[in-house]
Write a protein that binds this ligand. Structure first.
Ligand code: SF4
Length: 198
C-alpha cells in the first residue's frame, strides 16, 4: 500500500480539541468535497504526488520527538487507511484522523476521529458513532443551525467546536454570541494561521 503525500511536517495542532499539542501532520492528496472556501485546494488533486509506504512515513515521524500523528487532507478517507493507521498503532503513536466523513470509516480505527462535516457532501452515517470531536466551519449564519443538527447525530460525549472560516471575520461574532447561549459548543480558531506556522 502506498499513499500520495502532499506534504508532511512536525508542528503544533492549530485547531480543535488538541490545539497546542505538538503533532506530526501527514497530508494526503485528493478531495472531491468541493468546499468553496477550502484553504487547502492545492491538495484536491489525487494523483501526481509522491507515493509513499507506511514504513517510509513512519521513518519521517521517528526522526522527531512526535507522539501524536495527524492524518489529514484533502479528504484522507478517499484512500484505504488501514495499513497507515495500523503502522502508527504498532509503534504506539496516538493517531488522529481529520475527515469530512465523505467516505466510510476505515476498518482499523484511529485513536481519535475529528469529524468536520461539510454541507457540500454529507458524511457517511457510520462516522457519527466514532467521532470523538465534531468541528464545524461556519461560513454563513445558517451554518449554525446545520451544525446543531450535525451534533444531534453524534454521540453524547462528543467534543463540539465551531470554527469561523478564516476569511469570514463576521463569523467569529456569530459564534461568540451562539456559544454563550449554547454552551455545549466551544470555539476553535486556526491558531497556526495566527502564529504563521504550518
Ligand atoms: S473537505 Fe477539506 S480539503 Fe476537501 S474541499 Fe472541504 S475543506 Fe477542502
Amino acid at each position: 500500500m502506498v499513499y500520495p503525500v502532499v506534504e508532511h511536517f512536525y508542528t503544533l495542532q492549530g485547531e480543535g480539541y488538541w490545539a497546542g499539542k505538538p503533532a506530526y501532520f501527514i497530508r494526503l492528496g485528493g478531495c472531491d468535497v468541493g468546499c468553496t472556501w477550502c484553504d487547502t485546494q492545492y491538495s484536491w488533486r489525487k494523483e501526481g504526488w509522491p507515493k509513499v509506504t507506511p514504513e517510509e512515513i513512519l521513518g519521517w515521524v521517528r526522526n522527531t520527538a512526535a507522539v501524536h500523528v495527524v492524518i489529514t487532507g484533502g479528504e484522507p478517507t478517499l484512500h484505504c487507511l488501514d495499513a497507515l493507521i495500523a503502522a502508527f498503532r504498532s509503534e504506539g503513536y496516538f493517531t488522529q484522523l481529520e475527515t469530512s466523513g465523505a467516505y466510510p470509516p476505515p476498518t482499523v480505527l484511529p485513536d481519535w476521529i475529528t469529524l468536520s462535516p461539510k454541507r457540500f457532501k454529507l458524511p457517511h452515517s457510520a462516522w457519527y458513532a466514532h467521532a470523538r470531536e465534531l468541528k464545524v466551519v461556519i461560513h454563513a449564519r445558517s451554518d449554525l443551525d446545520w451544525a446543531e443538527a450535525q451534533m444531534r447525530l453524534c454521540r453524547n460525549d462528543v467534543h463540539a467546536f465551531l470554527q469561523p472560516e478564516f476569511y469570514r471575520p463576521e463569523a467569529l461574532g456569530w459564534i461568540l454570541e451562539y456559544i454563550k447561549l449554547n454552551p455545549h459548543w466551544r470555539l476553535s480558531l486556526q491558531w497556526h494561521r495566527y502564529l504563521g506556522i504550518p
